[in-house]
Design a protein around this ligand. Structure first.
Ligand code: HEC
Length: 141
């Protein structure tokens, strides 16, 4: 009986420990939903693609006459080769980078392209929206 009790305590405490760590690390559903909505509302998708997966071809296409591939699914869209994919990146990294670009600390490459929506972000985004977008994007598979 004593043995069983100890085993029970062990199993139960393990369960609580796991539940506890889930609370700390998991991004909750409401934040993901909010991030997804703001990602669409602030038109981020126009340059970073659906779900932040980059501006890529959605399907294969062949030249009908020659039978050669014009492009394949996943190929970058012409002109968008340097527009970064955001899906699956670390949330903290995404949040820092977008703030650095919006606040003018990061000016490399094509980052100026993002400043076109800064006015909208400043006027529309509420406290926590950019963090929610970063959280949402980080968990896109
Ligand atoms: C007009 C096009 C455009 C729009 C709209 C846009 N971005 Fe960007 N974004 C870019 C480009 C281009 C870069 C790459 C800058 C560079 O060359 O370093 C970038 C970079 C980023 C980065 C840094 C990525 C990295 O790997 O370092 C993040 C994060 C980001 N954008 C988030 C967003 C979010 C969130 C939105 C919506 C609020 C948004 N962007 C809207 C064009 C855009």
């Amino acid at each position: 009986m004593k043995k069983i009790n100890r085993w029970l305590v062990f199993v139960l405490s393990g369960t609580f420990l796991m539940a506890g760590s889930t609370v700390v690390y998991a991004i909750d559903e409401a934040t993901i939903k909010r991030g997804e909505q703001m990602y669409m509302a602030l038109t981020c998708f126009a340059c970073h693609g659906k779900e932040g997966k980059g501006m890529v071809r959605r399907r294969d296409r062949k030249n009908k006459k020659t039978g050669k591939w014009k492009y394949r699914k996943g190929d970058p869209m012409p002109g968008f080769e340097s527009y970064p994919k955001l899906a699956g990146q670390n949330s903290k990294y995404l949040f820092t980078q977008m703030n650095d670009i919006f606040d003018g600390r990061r000016t490399n490459g094509l980052s100026a392209a993002m400043l076109g929506i800064k006015i909208m972000v400043d006027s529309t985004a509420k406290e926590g929206d950019l963090q929610a977008i970063a959280d949402y994007l980080s968990q896109v598979k």
